[in-house]
Each structure stands twice: as C-alpha cells, then as structure tokens.
Design a protein around this ligand. Structure first.
Ligand code: ZN
Length: 142
C-alpha cells in the first residue's frame, strides 16, 4: 500500500498512525514496515499525545544540524561566519539530509490480530525536514 501526505511546514512531524492501522486491520500476526522513498524526510515512532515532544525532537535536531550552516564548522571560518553545509551549494537543504539520515527512512512494527503493537504513548510519524512537499509513504505487511 502507498499513500501520500502533503506537509504544511518546512519542518514538522505528521501523525500517520491511523492510515497504517487502517491498512493492517484485516491482517493476523506479522510485521508492518513503513518506509519513505525520500532523502529529506524520515519515519519515527514517538509520543504525539503531548505535541511539545515533537517540537522538542525538531529543536534537538536543529541544534545538531541548523538550517543554513554548521556550528561545528563555525570555528573553521577565519571571519567567524557560519559556514554552509557543502550540499547547500546544490539546493540549500544540507541540514534536511543530515536530519533525515539521523532518524532514518523506515520503522518496523509488530502486528497481532490486525493491531499495531505500539505502546500506549507511541505513534508513527512522518518527520518532514524540507517541506512543504507531497510525500509518498510505502507500507508493507509481512
Ligand atoms: Zn538536497
């Protein structure tokens, strides 16, 4: 199964749990894999009950890979300027690729009697790092 999500911001986490639950509800025991074929977004499992958790995750990733340049290379600049990511020369989204690589493009969730075996506070999220864009999500049941 594949479905599409239109993200609305440059960076956000969109809850896609309901779409996945709908897909696996007629299944029995197995595993469900959720994958994005994109290099600047990711799939993660975390809490969505308190929306500030998603904001904190984005905030932490921004500290590791700020949009527009690296604080790690700040000391290497003689003028003390922020030095852009090398990939920013291509399309200005070097930070989005780094964030995507850290989180990863997929998650695997155990399924029992047509239900995802997520914990009480776990949801499946699409993490957008270079939106707004339309994103394709591929879901397989094994
Ligand atoms: Zn790029």
């Amino acid at each position: 199964m594949e479905f599409k999500i239109q993200t609305k911001k440059r960076e956000e986490i969109v809850d896609i749990t309901k779409q996945i639950e709908e897909f696996i509800k007629e299944t029995k025991d197995g595993v469900c894999t959720v994958f994005v074929p994109h290099a600047t977004c990711a799939i993660l499992i975390n809490e969505n009950y308190d929306p500030s958790v998603c904001e904190d995750i984005l905030k932490a990733l921004r500290q590791i890979a700020p949009h527009g340049g690296s604080p790690l290379t700040l000391n290497q600049s003689k003028e003390g300027k922020i030095v852009p990511w090398l990939h920013d020369k291509i399309d200005g989204n070097g930070d989005a690729h780094i964030k995507s690589a850290i989180i990863g493009p997929s998650e695997t969730i155990p399924v029992k009697d047509g239900k995802l075996q997520l914990g009480t506070w776990q949801n499946i999220g699409l993490a957008e790092f270079d939106g707004p864009r339309e994103r394709k999500i591929i879901v397989k049941f094994i």
